[in-house]
Design a protein around this ligand. Structure first.
Ligand SMILES: Cc1cc2nc3c(=O)[nH]c(=O)nc-3n(C[C@H](O)[C@H](O)[C@H](O)COP(=O)(O)OP(=O)(O)OC[C@H]3O[C@@H](n4cnc5c(N)ncnc54)[C@H](O)[C@@H]3O)c2cc1C
Length: 452
C-alpha cells in the first residue's frame, strides 16, 4: 500500500530575520568550530540550532569522552577545540589532559566562546529547507515557535551532522557502507551515579556475566561487550554500550523508534549491573542524552573524496585542513563486533579541503562528520576533536568566500590551511612534491570487525 500524502499551499510573508555573511546550521562540535572559525575571521555569523544549547553529540547525545586525536603524544586539534577544552577546564568541568568532561559545562563553554567571537545564536529553530536561487542557497527556512522564519547569508555551512541542508539543496550524497547502505548502529548513552568504583571487578569478569545474561535473555543487545568510561565524578560511570541496529537518523519514524529501543536497553543494563556486578548494587541512573547518539547517516560527495586506501597510505595533501590519527572504528552495522584498524605507527592522514565542498551547490560547505569520505574513513574522522577542526576550516573558508565573493569550490584550500596554521591549528605546510590536492576517486573497501 502506498503511503497516503497531503499537500500544503505555498506560503508567503515569511519574515526574513537575518542577513549575514555566514550562517552555520547546527551547533555540535563541527558547528561550534565553524561559527567561531567564521566569526574570528571577520564574518558576520549566525549559528542556528534546533536545541536550546550547543554541543551536539557532546551534550545532547551525552557522548563522552573526547577520543584522542594525538600525534607524538600531543593533541592535533589545537584550534577552537582546544579553546573549548580550556574553557571547560576554567569552568571546572574537566581536568586536562584527562579527556572526560562535564557535558553541562561544555554547553556553557561553547556558548561563551561563540558570544565572545560575536557569533549570533538562534536556538530552538530546526531546518525546514533552503530557498534556492539556481545552484545558490538564497536563504534557509527554519521552524521555531513562531512558525517559519527565513535567514539569508552569502555562504552557508551545513553542520547538522546529517548533511540535512546539503541534501535539501540537491547535493549528491552517500549513505552507509558501500555494499548495502547499512550505517553504524546508534547508541543511547547513560551515566550511573553512586557507584563504588573501587569494587568494580576486572573487565573479564564483567564480560563473562554479560555473556551469560545475554544467553539467558536478561539482556537483549547485540553489542559484544560492556563499554564504560570513568567520568568527572569519582562515583559515576559513563556507558556507551547499548546498540540499536538498522535505525536511520534521517527517517522520522525510525529515529523515534530507536529512542524507545535505546531506553529499553538502558533499563536492562541498569538491572543487570545492579544485580550482578560488584560496586553497582546501589547505583542509580544519573543522566541520559536528550537524544540517542547517531553515528552515521549521509556523507556528501564533494570535490575530493577520501577512501580506506587513502587512510591506509596515510595520505597527505597540500590543502590538508585536518590531521587525523584516530583509527577506523566501525561498530558493526549488522550487529555484533567492532572493527578497529590503526594507522601505521607514528602516522596520520590529512583531510583535503575539497572534502568539505559539496558538489552542485555554489555557496555551501559541510563541517563535522558528514564530509566527503567513505564509510571507513568516516568512522575515523567522525570523533569530536577532528569534527571540530573540520568545522573550523569550514568557518574560515566561509569567511574568506563571503569577504571576496568567491564560491567555496573556487577557493584555494592551501589558503585555508595557511590561515588555520596562523590561528594555531597543528597542521604542517606541505613539503615539495607532496601528493596533489583533491583526495582520490579510488574505491577500495574491506572491513573486518571490533569501539567511540
Ligand atoms: C553513541 C556515540 C558515541 C560516540 N563516542 C564518541 C567518543 O567517545 N568520543 C568522541 O570524540 N566522539 C564520539 N562519537 C562521535 C561524535 O560524537 C560525533 O561524530 C560528532 O559529535 C560529530 O559532530 P558534528 O558537529 O558533525 O555533529 P553533531 O554532534 O551530531 O551535531 C549536529 C548539531 O546539529 C543540530 N542539528 C541537526 N539537525 C538539525 C536541523 N535539521 N536543524 C537544526 N539543527 C540541527 C543538532 O542538534 C546538533 O547540535 C560518538 C558518537 C556517537 C553517536
Amino acid at each position: 500500500m502506498s503511503q497516503p500524502t497531503v499537500s500544503r499551499p505555498a506560503q508567503s510573508g515569511i519574515p526574513v530575520l537575518h542577513d549575514m555573511d555566514v550562517i552555520v546550521m547546527g551547533g555540535g562540535p563541527g558547528g561550534v568550530g565553524a561559527a567561531i572559525g567564521a566569526a574570528r575571521n571577520g564574518a558576520k555569523t549566525l549559528l542556528i540550532e534546533r536545541y536550546g544549547f550547543l554541543g551536539g553529540m557532546a551534550t545532547a547525545g551525552h557522548v563522552n569522552p573526547w577520543m584522542p586525536n594525538h600525534h607524538d603524544g600531543k593533541p592535533l586539534d589545537t584550534g577552537v577545540f582546544q579553546d573549548w577544552c580550556r574553557r571547560i577546564e576554567e569552568l571546572g568541568g574537566m581536568k586536562l589532559p584527562a579527556r572526560h568532561f562535564c557535558p553541562e559545562t561544555a554547553k556553557l563553554a561553547a556558548e561563551q566562546l561563540c558570544l565572545e567571537a560575536s557569533v549570533q545564536l538562534l536556538y530552538h529553530a530546526a531546518l525546514d529547507g533552503p530557498l534556492m536561487d539556481g545552484q545558490r542557497i538564497d536563504c534557509v527556512l527554519a521552524l521555531g515557535k513562531s512558525g517559519l522564519s527565513a535567514h539569508r547569508a552569502k555562504v552557508f555551512v551545513d553542520a547538522t551532522g546529517d548533511a540535512d541542508l546539503a541534501a535539501r539543496a540537491g547535493c549528491p550524497f552517500e549513505f552507509g557502507r558501500e555494499q548495502d547502505g547499512a550505517v553504524q548502529p546508534m547508541t543511547s548513552n547513560f551515566d550511573l551515579a553512586n557507584v563504588d568504583v573501587a569494587r568494580i571487578p576486572d573487565r573479564k569478569i564483567i564480560q563473562e556475566k554479560y555473556e551469560k545474561a545475554k544467553a539467558e535473555g536478561r539482556i537483549r543487545c547485540p553489542r559484544e561487550n560492556v563499554l564504560y568510561f570513568k567520568t568527572v565524578e569519582d562515583d559515576r560511570i559513563h556507558f556507551n554500550t547499548t546498540r540499536i541496529v538498522g535505525a536511520n537518523g534521517t527517517d522520522t519514524l525510525s529515529f523515534s523508534a530507536a529512542e524507545v529501543e535505546g531506553r529499553r536497553q538502558i533499563a536492562q543494563f541498569i538491572a543487570f549491573l545492579r544485580a550482578e556486578i560488584a560496586g553497582f548494587e546501589n547505583a542509580r541512573l544519573h543522566s541520559m542524552g536528550a537524544q540517542i547518539g547517531v553515528r552515521e547517516t549521509r556523507r556528501i560527495r564533494g570535490h575530493a573524496y577520501l577512501t580506506r586506501a587513502d587512510y591506509e597510505r596515510a595520505a597527505k595533501y597540500p590543502d590538508g585542513i585536518c590531521r587525523v590519527t584516530y583509527p577506523i572504528d566501525i561498530h558493526n552495522p549488522a550487529g555484533t563486533g567492532t572493527e578497529i584498524t590503526h594507522l601505521p605507527k607514528g602516522e596520520w592522514y590529512e583531510i583535503p579541503y575539497g572534502c568539505l565542498v559539496p558538489q552542485r551547490c555554489e555557496n555551501l560547505l559541510v563541517g563535522g562528520r558528514p564530509i566527503s569520505v567513505d564509510h571507513a574513513v568516516h568512522s575515523s574522522m567522525r570523533v569530536m576533536p577532528p569534527a571540530c577542526t573540520i568545522g573550523q576550516a569550514c568557518g574560515a573558508a566561509a569567511a574568506l568566500c563571503a569577504r571576496d565573493g568567491l564560491a567555496p569550490a573556487k577557493l584555494d584550500g592551501r589558503i585555508v590551511k595557511r590561515l588555520l596554521i596562523e590561528q594555531g591549528v597543528a597542521l604542517i605546510e606541505a613539503p615539495d612534491g607532496a601528493a596533489p590536492a583533491g583526495g582520490t576517486e579510488r574505491k577500495d573497501r574491506r572491513a573486518e570487525v571490533l569501539s567511540a
